[in-house]
Design a binder for this molecule. Sequence first.
Ligand SMILES: [Zn+2]
Ligand SMILES: [Zn+2]
Length: 232
Amino acid sequence: MVYNWPLRPQWLIPSHCQLCLAKDPSGLNLCRACHDDLPWLTLACPRCSLPLHYPGQLCGACQHHPPIFDTGIALFHYAPPVDQLILQLKFAAGLHQARLFAALLGARLAKVPSPDCIIPVPLHPSRQRERGFNQAIEIARPLSQQLRCPLDIESCIRTRPTPPQSLLSGSQRRSNLRDAFALTRPLQARHVALVDDVLTTGSTLNAVAKLLRKAGAERIDVWVCARTHRNA
Ligand SMILES: [Zn+2]
Ligand SMILES: [Zn+2]
């Protein structure tokens, strides 16, 4: 796999920034200057985290058809170099990137009301076997430790493999996720945070939120690393 900026395995240069190679004692392989230069998402729709140019208001889509989840927080625009960090996490088993995202998300969420549990968006077992891990779990696990909030990776499962939403038309997207998720036991939590790497159409997170809502969840927050600029 070819990357367009110098990603290097952290075990080769454990105390250096992975972006500029400056010395970095933080343990995150990200120096302060590169941290500050990341494409932080500061103005966004509070419901679906769509990037906006004005603060504090719902986006047009959420004013008419809000998602089932109640709040959405995305750390970054889906833009360089974060898009490459996420690709590395998913397709090159860059699990140290999951720890980095968890640390940054944890800092961002320190003042957000704590949910009863964190549920990472499940992968179908066949996809998880193929990849060797679920990136949402890898982000959610250290995040749950940092926030001292229980992690639940057993209640919600993916019952069938589904093609990526981005490859489908509108009507295919709607049917693609129908009954794609299920609960394995009654939901105890009333306030749940769903975690995923990227929010693109929001339809996957919405499908899980629908299931949790039906099972009695009163508040559902969505926490993701990055948000694309359009709901498509
Ligand atoms: Zn740097
Ligand atoms: Zn919105």
